[in-house]
Design a protein around this ligand. Sequence first.
Ligand SMILES: NC(=O)c1ccc[n+]([C@@H]2O[C@H](COP(=O)([O-])OP(=O)(O)OC[C@H]3O[C@@H](n4cnc5c(N)ncnc54)[C@H](OP(=O)(O)O)[C@@H]3O)[C@@H](O)[C@H]2O)c1
Length: 104
Amino acid sequence: MKTLIIGGSGLISTAITRQLVDRGEDLILYNRGRTPLRVDGDIAVVRGDRTDATRFEEQLAALGPLDCVIDMVCFDPAEAASAWPHGEDSSQRSKVEEGNGRLI
Ligand SMILES: NC(=O)c1ccc[n+]([C@@H]2O[C@H](COP(=O)([O-])OP(=O)(O)OC[C@H]3O[C@@H](n4cnc5c(N)ncnc54)[C@H](OP(=O)(O)O)[C@@H]3O)[C@@H](O)[C@H]2O)c1
């Protein structure tokens, strides 16, 4: 499963990152690089700031299809919509807004 964690190096999200790495999942982290990553392994990291929504959405779109997005720094509905879907698929966007998407 191709999973994106927005964050992934924080206090709680480090444990999620570690578990997914141990399971051999296809994992990508998205963060600013300010917080040191405390998990060993060959982990793909995309550097960016999710508060720059335009750039953030471009960066996520470039990742291609994702099976799951775990958003650890989401504080309002606009940020949730920005994180999923990555792209202009309005049908997926509405599924998330209905609570049926895999945005965690
Ligand atoms: N720890 C607690 O006791 C507690 C209690 C209640 C709720 N929470 C919430 O639970 C969540 C826990 O997640 P966590 O453990 O990952 O939190 P965290 O320890 O605050 O770490 C934040 C993570 O998100 C990244 N990040 C922060 N701002 C970003 C931005 N603007 N753009 C891109 N990445 C950004 C950080 O990396 P960089 O710094 O490198 O960008 C880091 O990986 C947080 O939302 C927290 O507010 C925590």
